[in-house]
Design a protein around this ligand. Structure first.
Ligand code: ATP
Length: 552
């Protein structure tokens, strides 16, 4: 936690939320350069008319980055039920059904907003609201949001808070509040734009702490500049990790050239299908801290002290005595020793939570691929080859073969060309892996970057690496955002082999996979056309449970 410096203070009353809504309207509608200007002007006015504490403003502009109010547990489905109550709608009325089935396009409506929950809510609120002028200030809205984020609440606890919002805000203001709660403003202005307009060093500080309050309270005056050591990652503070660049070409040789000069080696690691985790330890193993790629604190799951959690209790003895403090970067996995395989990522947290209370045979190995801090020294400026050497040197870990299934190194090999990449990719795919990451050996660690020093290679990007399957589209799901009003994911089926008994029975299919990415709009049109003309698909869809599958 950071204390507010005495000079960081808002001397004047909090501005009306309506002013922020007008700004967000402009940020949504204006072109990129105008948007930046509008935001800078707003911030300039804030400094003059409000003060120099920008945290109340910036946390509303970047709701998905606000760690202080991490979860509302209020997604579209629950919010729809709450608003049905707030607006006094009959559950079976058209308006209530519209809120519940917000993704489904409305027949005959030319300019529908299906797929945009906040907009659908706005329409139903606007049809009933009598509020012409909002009464809430920016501070009031923050207070109401704090109330909504008090913990996992029941519908009847959310409703009175949303009712107060409904009584004191105009319909467009409520639409913005709903977007803030859903953490998606849709203003195409993310942290780079917002923090860039606030202070030239704000993004650099955010990259190493993921803490908006710290950024706002450290850089509250434009004259305050960061010292070099303030842009280093620190113990027990979430940084934004380095991510992977997508291989730009289907040629593996081109990919090899990207990460290694001709004849120079690069590192190839398995791309693990778990959850990115950073592990911090200090006080010679006395305290532990874990957090995700999006800066979510998972220490409560994995264990804050020796003997605790689903991981710390098993790995605290893995470090050499000389390791006083450390930060490791890796991937958290779920291993099922009975099935002898890693489980899908989605089951991970539920399983880890279960392990806290219920006895389970599952284990949660963390697979380490980088070391970023050791004994009070930040290592991000070191080359990857040096960091790897240190990781494996024996100075950091005891013999990790004694910690199998708990703490392991990622599988890695050295490569020189596209042939090496293909060989490793094939072997990873044989063991049901999803792909590999190739890394430049002389690269330093760049927080929050997606540069070409780390390139992910998956079979679908590479020539002739995929498998062909005969599938049939059985159904689809309505999309949201850019895919509003269109089918965005397809449910594919695999035909069950049957003996042809000449009865002419409809062949049977089993659902096989949901496909939601990697297709162009042209592909969608083609699939839609082919599916529509197939009488078999049409029959299957007509027979599908209503509301779950949409006839294409
Ligand atoms: P995709 O949709 O292709 O799976 P992604 O969501 O995994 O992408 P990317 O930024 O493309 O995200 O890839 C980075 C992620 O890959 C990391 O957050 C990490 O969880 C995962 N990852 C798995 N194995 C590795 C590895 N060996 N090195 C770095 N990242 C890895």
């Amino acid at each position: 936690a950071i204390d507010r410096p005495p000079g960081c203070i808002n001397r004047y009353p909090s501005p009306q939320f309506a002013l922020l809504c007008a700004l967000m309207d402009r940020l949504r509608n204006e072109n990129v350069s105008k948007r930046r200007e509008s935001l800078e002007r707003f911030m300039h006015q804030w400094r003059i008319k409000v003060g120099n504490d920008f945290y109340p403003l910036i946390r509303l502009l970047l709701p998905d980055r606000d760690r202080e109010r991490p979860v509302y547990n209020l997604k579209e489905a629950l919010m729809a039920r709450c608003y049905i109550e707030v607006l006094g709608l009959d559950k079976h009325s058209e308006a209530a059904q519209r809120l519940i089935k917000w993704k489904q396009p409305v027949e005959g409506q030319r300019e529908g907003f299906s797929g945009d929950f906040a907009r659908v809510c706005y329409q139903e609120i606007a049809a009933r609201s009598v509020v012409e002028e909002g009464k809430l200030s920016i501070d009031d809205v923050n207070d109401l949001l704090d109330e909504l984020a008090k913990g996992r609440m029941k519908q009847h606890e959310y409703v009175p808070i949303l009712r107060r919002i409904n009584e004191q805000c105009t319909p467009p203001q409520q639409e913005w509040i709903i977007r803030i709660i859903l953490k998606d403003l849709r203003i195409s202005f993310k942290e780079k734009g917002v923090l860039g307009a606030f202070h030239p060093d704000a993004m650099a500080l955010f990259n190493v702490c993921s803490d908006l309050k710290r950024v706002c309270w450290t850089l509250y005056e434009p004259e305050i500049r960061l010292e070099k050591n303030q842009t280093s990652i620190e113990l027990f503070r979430c940084f934004l990790p380095q991510l992977c660049h997508r291989s730009p070409s289907s040629s593996l040789d081109a990919c090899a050239k990207l990460v290694g000069a001709p004849g120079k080696e690069f590192i190839m690691e398995e791309k693990l299908d778990g959850e990115r985790i950073q592990l911090h330890m200090r006080g010679n193993g006395a305290e532990w801290f874990y957090c995700s790629r999006k800066a979510k604190d998972y220490t409560y799951l994995y264990g804050a002290h020796v003997g605790e959690g689903s991981l710390t209790q098993y790995i605290s003895g893995a470090f050499q005595d000389g390791v006083r403090n450390i930060i490791l970067d890796g991937e958290m996995m779920v291993w099922d020793p009975i099935l002898d395989k890693y489980l899908a990522f989605g089951s991970l947290k539920t399983a880890a939570l279960g392990a806290l209370g219920v006895s389970t045979s599952l284990t949660f190995p963390v697979k380490i691929f980088d070391i970023l801090y050791l004994n009070d020294k930040c290592l991000t400026g070191f080359r990857l080859s040096e960091r790897k050497r240190l990781l494996k040197s024996g100075r950091v870990f005891k013999d990790l073969s004694n910690f199998r299934g708990r703490l392991e190194f990622v599988d890695e090999q050295m490569g020189q060309n596209g042939k090496d990449i293909r060989a490793m990719l094939e072997s990873v795919l044989e063991s049901k892996g999803e792909g590999i990451v190739v890394k430049r050996v002389d690269s330093t660690y760049q927080t929050n970057s997606r540069g070409a020093d780390w390139v992910k290679v998956k079979p679908e990007y590479a020539d002739q690496m995929g498998e062909n399957l005969d599938l049939m589209v059985l159904g689809g799901w309505w999309g949201q955002g850019g895919r509003t009003g269109k089918i965005s994911s397809l449910l594919c089926g695999l035909r069950v082999p049957q003996e042809d008994d000449g009865s002419g029975e409809t062949p049977a299919f089993v659902t096989f996979a949901k496909v939601g990415s990697g297709m162009s709009y042209g592909d969608y049109d083609w699939i839609k056309f082919v599916s529509f003309i197939s009488p078999l698909t049409y029959t299957l869809l007509q027979e599908s449970p209503q509301g779950r599958l949409a006839p294409i």
